[in-house]
Structures are given as structure tokens and as C-alpha cells.
Design a protein around this ligand. Structure first.
Ligand code: SF4
Ligand code: MG
Length: 319
């Protein structure tokens, strides 16, 4: 049962008379209850635009976002605001994301104020409950964000996201700015909360190893397109898209099967302005053929739960 489903989401920005920037191109993804969908790709691949569309900050050029069967791109006013309570975000830099002059108690309760008035003693009660949930002492309720460490602030970010009891939490590089040991603790907390509350998590991150370790499904994004989707646990062994393999090669990855042929990623991500025809990865792909320059490969099912967008596929291994 998908909670949220992006259907053919496209976002284009007209930047001058003759040029269009394609940030997201026909993206379809599903977020399931109690599961984590990881989205990985280099910076500029369209991850941020994609989640801005999901959280209704950016309006899609075309496509639909179905939340529990209803297209939320069509919502306005109060309906739109109510929808926000089901989908919450956690950002990369918790110091920037938390208002500096507010006490932690008020920061945690702030999202609720959009929906109802809360008395001070109720705020204390709510702050205590959510601080406990993110494993922080209740005394933190009266502190300010700058009196806390990065990891503690990110726990506050999580507490604030949880206070509306959302069904989906989207973490946008939420652990990228943290030390590895702190990162591990935050991720363990997220996983524990997910199990407890059956929350769906969208985990957006440029670190392919981390994403594969914590995600049930991983979607690999390149230049506004999803090029491969597969279970996180299979990623290092069974990834077959040349871009995914290149990403894996770019990290020192001990678990990697040495027998697979892997090309290093060279060059840079091309500009998303006025994209050429054909495969978005053609300019960096050592396997690119004439067909790749003419026709854009569709995302097709390769095996159950494994989708790939590459022309090589039916030749090497028939579906
Ligand atoms: Fe490379 Fe062609 Fe596959 Fe694109 S479709 S990834 S250019 S082989
Ligand atoms: Mg980004």
C-alpha cells in the first residue's frame, strides 16, 4: 500500500526564449508505509526539485502526486495545509532549519500552531513526550538551538517533524553534515521510529553506500531522470545501469563483487539546459551507441523490484 505516489512528475523551467531547464523528467516513484525509499544522485540531479514538488513548495509542470488516492497538486488553502501535516521534512543543516530565538519547547510545538491553539502547560507536556521519543532529556525543552550539538539539533528536527504524526518523512541530506558516529545514531533513531510508527521515509542523499544500507528500495537519479530502481540490499551486487555502477566505483566499497565490469565516472554532469535527445547519461557512458543518442531509454522492469533505463539491457540479458 503506497502512501504517496509520484506519477510522471516533470518540472521544467523556461530560462529564456530558446532554453528550458529540465529539473525532473517524468518521474514515477512510490513511498510505502513502514518502508524507506532512498533517492541517490550527484548534486544537481534534480533530487531537491523532486522533493520540493512532493512537499508542494514547487508546482510540477506536469504529472500527479497521489496521496492516499487523492492528487495533492490540486489542493488549495486549508486542504493544502492539512496535507502538509502528513508529509514532513528534515533538512541537512539543523542549525539553519531551527529558529534561533525560540526555545526547543516552542520549536517542537510550532507545527501544531497551524492547526490549533495550545496552552503553555500543554506545550510542556508535548515537548516532554517528543524529546523522550528522540532520546533527549526533558530539560532540553528550555534550551535554545545554539546550546546544542549538531546531532542533538537534528534530533530536535526529527521531534518537530514527528509532532504532527506524519505518515511520510522526507530526509533531505539530513545526516550529511554530521560526524559519522553521530550520523549512525540518528539513522538508528529514524529506523526505530519507523518500526514503531510504521512511517514511510524518503531518504535523499548523495552517499550511495549509506542509502543502500538503510533503504528498502533505492532510486538512482541522473540529470532529472530515474535511471535505476532496486532493493537497497541488492544495490552493490546487482546494479546494472552504467551510471549506478560508476557511482559505486567512485566510493571505496568493500562489499563489491570484483567480477563485475565497472567503468569509472569521468567528466561532469552536463547542464540540464536544453538536453539533447536520447539517453541522459550518453555523454559519460563508455557503452553509448548511436541508438543511445537518438532514443531515450524507458525505465523497464528487469527483474521483480528492479527497474532499469538503458538500451544495453535487452542485448546483454533479455528481460
Ligand atoms: Fe549508456 Fe546507452 Fe545505456 Fe544510456 S542507454 S546508459 S548511453 S548504454
Ligand atoms: Mg540538493
Amino acid at each position: 500500500n503506497a502512501i504517496l505516489e509520484a506519477q510522471n512528475l516533470t518540472k521544467k523551467f523556461k530560462i529564456s526564449k530558446n532554453s528550458t531547464l529540465t529539473a525532473c523528467d517524468d518521474i514515477s516513484l512510490k513511498f510505502y508505509q513502514g518502508k524507506t525509499l532512498g533517492i541517490v544522485g550527484e548534486s544537481g540531479c534534480g533530487k531537491s526539485t523532486f522533493i520540493k514538488m512532493l512537499s508542494l513548495i514547487t508546482k510540477p509542470t506536469s504529472g500527479e502526486i497521489m496521496f492516499r488516492g487523492c492528487d495533492i497538486t490540486k489542493l488549495k488553502g486549508e486542504e493544502k495545509r492539512n496535507n502538509h501535516s502528513h508529509i514532513q521534512m528534515i533538512f541537512q543543516n539543523p542549525l539553519e532549519a531551527l529558529p534561533p530565538r525560540m526555545k526547543i519547547r516552542d520549536i517542537i510545538c510550532e507545527p501544531l500552531l497551524n492547526f490549533k491553539k495550545i496552552k503553555n502547560h500543554e506545550k510542556d507536556e508535548i515537548a516532554r513526550k517528543y524529546l523522550e521519543m528522540v532520546e533527549l532529556p526533558e530539560e532540553f525543552a528550555l534550551r535554545y538551538p545554539h546550546h546544542m550539538s549538531g546531532g542533538q539539533r537534528q534530533r530536535i528536527g526529527i521531534a518537530r517533524a514527528l509532532v504532527l504524526e506524519p505518515e511520510l518523512i522526507i530526509c533531505d541530506e539530513a545526516t550529511s553534515a554530521l560526524d559519522v558516529s553521530v550520523q549512525k545514531n540518528i539513522i538508528e533513531l529514524l529506523i526505530r521510529l519507523q518500526k514503531q510508527k510504521q512511517i514511510s521515509i524518503g531518504f535523499i542523499c548523495h552517499d550511495i553506500v549509506l542509502v543502500s544500507q538503510i533503504s528498502h528500495q533505492v532510486a538512482v537519479m541522473y540529470l532529472g531522470n530515474i535511471v535505476e530502481i532496486l532493493p537497497g540490499k541488492d544495490l552493490h551486487k546487482y546494479a546494472i545501469h552504467p551510471y549506478t555502477k560508476g557511482l559505486l566505483h567512485s566510493v571505496f566499497y568493500l562489499g563489491m563483487d570484483k567480477s563485475t565490469k565497472i567503468d569509472k565516472l569521468t567528466g561532469e554532469v552536463p547542464s540540464p539546459v536544453n538536453l539533447p535527445n536520447g539517453c541522459p547519461f550518453q555523454s559519460r557512458c563508455s557503452d553509448a551507441k548511436q541508438l543511445c543518442r537518438e532514443i531515450k531509454p524507458k525505465l523497464r522492469e528487469y527483474q521483480e523490484g528492479h527497474m532499469v533505463a538503458c538500451h544495453l539491457l535487452p542485448i546483454d540479458k533479455p528481460v
